[in-house]
Design a protein around this ligand. Sequence first.
Ligand code: UFG
Length: 345
Amino acid sequence: MKETILVTGGTGFIGSHTTVELQQAGYNVVIVDNLSNSNATVVDGIEKITGTRPAFEHVDCLDYEKLEGVFQKYDIKGIIHFAASKAVGESVEKPLLYYRNNIVSLVNLLELMPKYNVKGIIFSSSCTVYGQPDAENLPVTESAPIKKAESPYGNTKQINEEIIQDTIKSGSPIKSIILRYFNPIGSHPTSIIGEMPNGVPMNLIPYLTQAAIGIRECLTVFGNDYNTPDGSCIRDYIYVVDLAKAHVAAMARILDGKSEDDVEIFNIGTGHGISVFELINSFERATGVKLPYKVGPRRGGDIEAIWGNVDKANNVLGWKADTPLDDILLSAWNWQKHLREAGIQ
Ligand code: UFG
């Protein structure tokens, strides 16, 4: 058995998939989650997939004393920090909730790490830090300028990146890898774990699969008059299992002492931009399901086009997203069908 890794937010969408990949790579995993946006039954699902039950602690990362108890109980060597509030719209309504949840959690972890000899932390950041890159900066590299955040949620990602940089610059004996995700989608190939949106989904894929299965009347494509080849927005959609594997590669890099800098930043995407219409076509092709959709007005605050230059992750991290889009969309569809069969949605 390799080292023990603390996964905060480990029952969430990306956290659960990452726990599976960590276990399958031989790591021992401790999950900390406050279950504010997830369910403890996810731990059963993880065990079903890997045959090993991760330790689970129902703790809020805002609670310093309880969090310290977790560090006392386990010999944690690395942290993957997912626990955060993540709804862009809600963050505009409740900025202080977002600033408290997302910033204090990280500060608590960074304070505890040196005290308990934890070597490194992988932080979930987002391509949202780039805003809308200028056309000549697409695909966007890690050195592209950081734009003023469009929402408190986006701002917490930027501030947290700075908190990590400042803490390590001040001499804290830890290392960090910041992963800037593009758009994570899909579900585990077993359909045992997947994305569980709360209420009406805000993101494209859960809304699309709910429309395809009849929970929603139809998908609305937010705008077809953008300056893109087919008029719809372009994103870099990355399979959540590929994304999970990027965390395993990053954790190994820190624990094996291979980091070249104390803080390293990697874009995590496919390197390909896909439009909303292309994605709908791919979904229909992969599943054979006709998707009900219509074109509606643009959504406020949407970025027109962004996709990542992922050369650094490919070459330095030795990781590559290689799952074809059709397979990813089929996994999302299978998950939606699983939720229907299980009577959940
Ligand atoms: N879209 C639709 N109809 C929908 C939902 C989305 O057409 O019902 C379109 C959007 O306009 C956009 C694309 O699908 O063009 C993707 O939208 P998502 O909401 O799935 O994803 P975003 O790129 O807007 O947001 C995601 C994450 C955020 C993160 C952001 C930038 O949800 O947390 O990427 O990193 F901040």
